[in-house]
Design a protein around this ligand. Structure first.
Ligand code: PLP
Length: 388
């Protein structure tokens, strides 16, 4: 599409990276279920040699995601973790990484249980406190890894401030933008070097595919990422790419509904007598509200709330919903509910978990796009059951 960058994100979500198929006119990018490609002479190929290195369905998705993030280059992987792994591949033994103390558990595990053994070192700090990030920086810091909003307390980290600190030390600033999506937040515009996604969540949007992506504006950096993408080989299959391409077309309309429903439910719970606290950056009371309002276009579909309840009582709330499904993960059209203390954050020792604000009564929801009154009635019923 001509002048793609001038189109608005709703239009780019549908058209960027996608042209009707030149052979057949098919409007939707075909699934190129194919491993190898004919060569017209040795080394004389038509752009594709082998599907680990490049596949046309993947190429269209990579261009689509790059456009959504206002970046020049996109790379797609078999999972979010494969994408994160690739950013760590850019570091060398002896390098140091600064990240947040409430980074996604899988990221924490990759850093400490995989990369520490290759002599990378990590500092986990409270990234809402900019001084603690500056204090953690060292001459050998190569990467500042940011995730915002964080899970499950929805803290919002100032991307521009993190990028500035990283660049003072010639380090890269990478941002996991999975929770916000490019519809709500575009980290490259705030100075980040790399944006990372778990495509499994909002970008896929239908809980039917696992994938990951990295986007950058820097051609040399993209070339290094591409080297590891091809060398390690954790690339996405064409069917998965097709599903994500289908998902991104409706990202803006889905996100609008996710945000609207989340806001209504968070505000209602904030006034509920059984609820101690609601963690939603869209509420004025959230400590990150101001930076969220400045950095994001809306506040997303994720929030947590704390009941004045025991582990068992909160467990019975999440087990007794009908419309909300009891499950980990997030970002699909269906609403999900979970109890961090017993599920996603169970591996953290109880005292440490509670000190970090993850109490026994904390419940996290991924608000879907069902009718909000059905969602409210469902939560209301499940909460009332423990009050009787
Ligand atoms: N980043 C965030 C913020 C996540 O929540 C997750 C998964 O839950 C990942 C990365 C990892 O993505 P995947 O499960 O696609 O490997």
């Amino acid at each position: 599409m001509d002048n793609e960058s001038e189109e608005r994100i709703e239009t780019r979500a549908i058209h960027a990276g996608q042209q009707p198929d030149s052979e057949t006119g098919a409007v939707m990018t075909p699934i190129y279920a194919n491993s190898t490609y004919v060569q017209d002479g040795p080394g004389d190929h038509r752009g594709y040699e082998y599907s680990r290195t490049g596949n046309p369905t993947r190429t269209d998705l990579e261009a689509n995601l790059a456009s959504l993030e206002s970046g020049a280059h996109g790379r797609v992987f078999s999972s979010g973790m494969a994408a994160i792994n690739t950013v760590l591949n850019l570091c060398e033994a002896g390098d140091h990484v600064v990240t947040s103390n409430d980074v996604y558990g899988g990221t924490h595990r990759l850093f400490t249980q995989v990369f520490e053994q290759y002599d990378l070192s990590f500092d986990f700090v409270d990234m809402t406190d900019i001084d603690s990030v500056s204090d953690a920086m060292r001459p050998e810091t190569e990467l500042v890894w940011v995730e915002t909003p964080t899970n499950p307390l929805m803290r919002v980290i100032d991307i521009a401030a993190m990028a500035e600190i990283a660049h003072e030390y010639d380090a890269l600033c990478a941002v996991d933008n999975t929770f916000a999506t490019p519809y709500l937040q575009r980290p490259l515009d705030h100075g980040a070097d790399i944006v990372c996604h778990s495509l499994t969540k909002y970008l896929g949007g239908h809980s039917d595919v696992v994938g990951g992506a990295l986007i950058t504006d820097d051609a040399a950096l993209d070339e290094r990422i591409g080297f590891y993408q091809n060398s390690v080989g954790a690339t996405a299959d064409p069917f998965g790419c097709f599903l994500v391409l289908r998902g991104t077309k409706t990202l803006p309309v889905r996100m609008d509904r996710h945000c609207e429903n989340a806001h209504i439910l968070a505000a209602w719970l904030d006034d509920h007598s059984a609820v101690e606290r609601v963690y939603y950056p869209g509420l004025d009371s959230h400590p990150s509200h101001q930076i969220a309002a400045a950095q994001m276009d809306d506040f997303g579909g994720m929030f947590s709330f704390e009941l004045d309840a025991t582990l068992e009582e909160a467990g019975s709330v999440v087990s007794n919903t009908d419309v909300f499904t009891l499950a980990e993960s997030l970002g699909g059209v269906e609403s999900l509910i979970e109890q961090p203390a017993a599920m996603t954050h169970q591996s953290i020792p109880r005292e440490e978990r509670i000190a970090a604000g993850l109490t026994d009564g904390l419940i996290r929801v991924s608000v879907g796009i069902e009718h909000v009154e059905d969602l409210q009635a469902d939560l209301s019923r499940a909460i009332d059951a423990i009050l009787q």
